[in-house]
Design a protein around this ligand. Sequence first.
Ligand SMILES: [Zn+2]
Length: 393
Amino acid sequence: MKIYLSKFKLIIPILIFIIYGFTACQIIPIEENSQMVSFSSTSIDAFQTNQSFTITPSIKKTTTKTPTQVSSFTPSPSFTPTITNTPFSLENFSYNFRPNEVSAQTYLETCSYLANRWGEEKSIPGTIVVPIMYHSVRQSGRPLQDEMQVSQEYFEYTMEYATKLGFETITTEELIGFLYSNDPIPQYSMIMIIDDRRLGVVDDHFMKYLDQNDWTVTLAYITGVASEFEWQEFARLNVNNRLDLQAHGFLHNAETYITENTSTEIIEQELYEPISIIEEKTGRKPSAFIWPGGNFTTESVQMAREAGYEVGFTVYSRGPLMYNWIPLGSTEIKVSDPLMVLPRYWSNSAAIYLEKAVEISTKAQEFAEENKAKEQIWFQNYCKEFQNDSGNH
Ligand SMILES: [Zn+2]
């Protein structure tokens, strides 16, 4: 047994190193402590077999005591990496997206996540946000010119269907509170984002529904080319605070799209120049950056963070958002910051995805209930430093 163990202790740090490279976005924190690793293995076995699992108060991350080995514990090639370094593996809710390139990414460490997961002051598990990208709404009877347009009929159908399903809108600020801290929002939420400078679309099509339902719409605005007349229109339409003004670049044109070839000066202009303008027009700095033309790079995502943006949106249609659960494709996964590359459904198929979101929400809620006890045990034993912040566990 001793020989096995010493070999095992050598193997584990290597395994941790290998695994960590592949699971940087997962919520499982890695302990570089072989004592911890050994202990963990015993409790996994105990938990999984449901035998004699006891919560011992002396269990601490910093413990130097060598834990007792249970007789069933035998290191072997089948000992899989995912359970080597945590008390026991906490499963995440998974959903098979199509195409299967898309997968839900986590972005919080397990303890930060669990600290806000349950509680009366929090969104209930299964709370979901559907982001929808709008451009123009084509007047009834006129043919669509491109796939970014939506017919008036489908637009109205989407609004009515959203109401029927029980969706409410949220602002960027509410979205950030939800994604970062699970702050309460309606269980079925959507954030409708109109790109570019389309106050006419707001006035002609959206405002009726905003007023009827007490909703808001987010404007991804190109601030550098807006005229004084537009700002007057903005102020007129925003009289009831229904418009959530956010940044969509300064000039947003062929010379300023953010690609690998764009100069730092131009990227900084597109990111920074909108901030003071939006603050002047609304009294608040923008907190969302909607990537102009959908283009972004790893470097520009980091620069957007430095500029103070807390979320970003692409033009990729991937899936709905939940707390610590962002569906992304391989292009966005590469930048390693899910919150800065949030997906958006397209307006011409939004209604189908509202329905899909309700289905995902229901499954996520069921999953959460089934896993609640495990999550609480995990939190109680391995998140001691978080427990004063949250009286919910
Ligand atoms: Zn645009």
